[in-house]
Design a protein around this ligand. Structure first.
Ligand SMILES: [Zn+2]
Length: 177
């Protein structure tokens, strides 16, 4: 006869530390600091460091606003901490997504100099912040195929699957009050 011993009847609670919010955050209302782990429905972006790409950033954001209902991108007001920072630099375009709907997007001049569409690049990188992975290689009809679709591809709109994924990512997101 076997005797099984059940151990750990009382499981220790695992306290998982989320990514620490470090660094100075200027003028953020305190009501903002204790958010539940759900994305916001309205995301702000700051394109003041996007230099010559500011117009393209606004266009890329507008394309997402036209394409999906579950999330909205709008420029941050002066002095308002933005969810998304958009920066121009001389590297390859990339994004450093944080939690869903937050992060830093780099509009790298390397790809623009090679002839890639600024608006497509911007919309693609914003797509990463909205939770989409790269789909490379892929056709021009896919936004997340990125540079793999070639410099002749100027499509800056997500396809049906990409739109559906973003809608799904933001399901249950905080509605604006
Ligand atoms: Zn990408």
């Amino acid at each position: 006869m076997r005797v099984r011993t059940l151990t750990g009847g009382l499981a220790a609670a695992l306290v998982m530390a989320g990514p620490a919010l470090t660094g100075p955050v200027a003028a953020v209302p305190s009501a903002d600091s204790a958010r539940p782990l759900v994305a916001d429905r309205v995301l702000t972006y700051d394109a003041r460091a996007a230099a010559e790409f500011r117009t393209a950033v606004d266009r890329g954001a507008a394309i997402w606003n036209e394409s999906v209902d579950g999330v909205e991108l709008r420029p941050a007001a002066d002095g308002e901490g933005a969810d998304i920072q958009v920066v121009a630099d001389d590297g390859w375009p990339r994004s450093l997504p944080g939690s869903l709907g937050r992060g830093t997007v780099y509009i790298g001049r390397q790809a623009i100099d090679q002839g890639h569409s600024t608006v497509r690049v911007t919309a693609h990188e914003l797509g990463h912040v909205l939770g989409l992975p790269d789909r490379k290689p892929g056709p021009c009809s896919s936004l997340m195929s990125g540079a793999s679709a070639g410099t002749s591809c100027t499509n800056a709109y997500p396809n049906a699957a990409e739109k559906a994924q973003v809608e799904k990512n933001f399901e249950g997101a905080d509605a604006p009050v």
